[in-house]
Design a protein around this ligand. Structure first.
Ligand code: ZN
Ligand code: ZN
Length: 265
């Protein structure tokens, strides 16, 4: 009996240790972006080439919103003063609720499809991979925080989907940074409109006052790292940050996997 028990335990350990390899031996699958056969022993269903193709945000960025400044200098309407101060023209006229926002890569090509996988197919290993990239950004930019908070979904939307995609990134990120994970802090009180595509104006309208801190939860003097999958206009991060600041948070830094490029028009 004892010998058999040990044998099974051994097999169990071997199975769990070799699960990645087993997956690729028994279920050879292609990369979810380019269909190349996956040869590396990883649970991320995207090949190394595709992961390496994501356009990491680099060069000079706006100190406030993190938008690459190159978009403005190439546009012809270059503002020398803005480039010196490293604040984009948009942030010179708009006051965001967050102190700063930063992203891992530009929202285009393969990254758009990778985000879809995360968002609609709950590919958790991909969430962990993105968390690794965001941890690198947080360390490189010395983003100071006391807690990691995901942008919440409205409870009805979360019930339909079964999970919040921002959780899949923010939770492993908190672990990698050694910070408390505080998903209970924020709630979305107003649902997103059903309409699939929103204009810029509608985006701002749809999130205005849509978030609140949960009653009874202490936010005083907290420095929050607010995490989402994509930053488009910044309206969502802005609305969440306003709710947190209103409840006494000391600072809010937005951190997203992807950044939709804006143009100076
Ligand atoms: Zn690929
Ligand atoms: Zn800016």
């Amino acid at each position: 009996m004892a010998a058999r028990f040990t044998f099974e335990k051994g097999v169990g350990a071997w199975l769990s240790g070799a699960s990645d390899a087993l997956v690729s031996v028994f279920f050879p699958a292609g990369c979810r972006l380019c269909e190349r056969v996956l040869v590396h022993a990883s649970t991320v269903p995207i090949c190394e080439e595709c992961l390496g193709s994501f356009a990491a945000v680099g060069g000079a960025v706006c100190e406030r919103c993190g938008q690459p400044l190159a978009a403005w200098s190439l546009g012809g309407a270059r503002d020398e003063r803005a480039t010196e101060n490293l604040v984009c023209p948009e942030c010179q006229t708009r006051e965001y609720g967050f102190d700063r926002a930063r992203s891992y890569a530009l929202y285009k090509a393969g990254l758009v499809r990778a985000i879809v996988l995360l968002k609609f197919e709950r590919v958790e290993p991909l969430g962990r991979w993105f968390a690794g990239r965001l941890a690198e950004v947080a360390r490189r930019e010395a983003l100071a925080a006391d807690a990691v908070v995901p942008v919440p979904l409205h409870r009805q939307r979360e019930r339909e989907r079964g999970y919040n995609q921002a959780d899949l990134i923010a939770k492993p990120l908190a672990r990698k940074l050694g910070l408390p994970y505080r998903a209970v802090l924020l709630v979305r009180t107003k649902p997103r409109p059903d309409k699939h595509i929103l204009t810029l104006e509608e985006r701002w309208d749809s999130v205005r006052g849509a978030f609140a801190t949960r009653p009874g939860i202490k936010v005083d003097n907290l420095r929050v790292l607010l995490v989402d999958d994509v930053m488009t206009t910044g309206a969502t991060l802005d609305a969440c940050a306003r709710a947190l600041r209103g409840a006494g948070a000391k600072s809010v830094i937005g951190l997203t996997v992807a950044r939709a490029a804006r143009h100076p028009s």
